[in-house]
Design a protein around this ligand. Sequence first.
Ligand code: GAP
Length: 470
Amino acid sequence: MAKKVQDALKDLVSLCKRRGFIFPGSEIYDGLANTWDYGPYGIELKRNIKNLWWKKFVSSRPDVLGLDSSILLNPKVWVASGHVGNFSDPLVDCKACRERFRADQLLEEKLGDGAAAGKNFEEIDAMMKENAIECPSCGKSDWTQPRAFNLMFQTEIGVVEGAGNKVYLRPETAQGIFINFKNIMDNVRPKIPFGVGQIGKSFRNEITPGNFIFRTREFEQMELEFFCEPGTEVEWYNYWKEFCMKWLVEELGITENKLRLREHAKEELSHYSNGTSDVEYEFPFGWGELWGIASRTDFDLKQHQEHSRVKQEYYDAVNNKRYVPFVVEPSLGVDRLLLVLLCDAYDVEQLENDERTVMHFHPSVAPVKAAVLPLVKKGKVKEKAEEIFQKLIKRWNVEYDETQSIGKRYRRQDELGTPFCITVDFDTVGEGESDASKLGFVTVRERDSMKQELVAIENLEAYLAEKIGY
Ligand code: GAP
């Protein structure tokens, strides 16, 4: 079973490379472990994910504003947020093979989710021994004591190296939103409840990156900080949990029974949170976190108020009261969602006399929306196919392909997850002994059912727009 699971991920990684979705990083220099580059189809998929999130969570909502804050922030931000003091994992070394691991992860793999939550290093050390946790690399059970390893990457700013110039690469985009709360309040003046959304790169020096793009040291996040009146946070927390789940299933087409919401137990909650849930997905390697939804109380704004001595208050003019808002935060990794979409779409189907690999992407996320395939590569057929392609490419990422047999062209598009293949033939242009009733019609093949239907060229764009959703 374990081998089968590993193979499923291996096959997906190999398809991603072969079809130009995701390449191993720095490959011509022997690579750099756990770094990945998005190829031509991967970047289309990624852009579609970000555009759909932005539209759903920011631009189509009158109660949410957008932001793009810096990756490099004043280091005081990370002192106030608690990242300098607490953003660390319990690191243990195997004394036999010297490999390093996260003790909490080793314990959770053996004892279940949350097993190490809220435990101090002494307790973790004792649990490692009591449960004879084995090294995943060499199988021995001889560990160093756990020690704190801070996950923030450090660098220097400016030309002078040394004290006073240290900065961190942000480990989350959220703090950029909190430190702009006052700017937004003073200059844009939204009324509570309102949210601020942001998409951007984050960096964490993870001890155990892996499982393809599941956990990497450089990744993108799509985060929303939703500010509300204290006392209303439970209502908003429940609202966002439902909203996020619905979006994944109804608009991105992710298989519902491969998703679950896992509410954190009390011991698992961060000290500032009064409720946190993870949306989890059943990856080939098991259930894993996709999206963290947390009710963060007024912790972050209060911390920044205390450390910066700048008030982080909201003035409610109707009721003439001032307060520091509470925050509900749905925080999602772009790459994590991309991996979910890849895993969910990947399929190897047995056909009557054949096998096909197909990516069942929802049309809204598919990197290529349609492929225009002329059945002959000359004359009126080619001209008409090119004309259709030129029209569609103004609106979507579509491909034109006149090479190889039609069967091979279909298979290639199936592997890219292209939902519609449009064939142009003699009937379309009325050449040769063609069927006059099909003049001006193309054949549209739907990827999943492989069913074909005739669509009038004049209706083609509207036909596709309805299925794609934009
Ligand atoms: N501001 C809250 C925050 O950052 P988090 O649970 O640490 O919360 C949120 O991260 C999301 O970011 C995760 O649910 C995951 O989708 C993504 N994420 C976190 N660490 C990641 C990593 N090392 N690689 C890829 N994605 C990651």
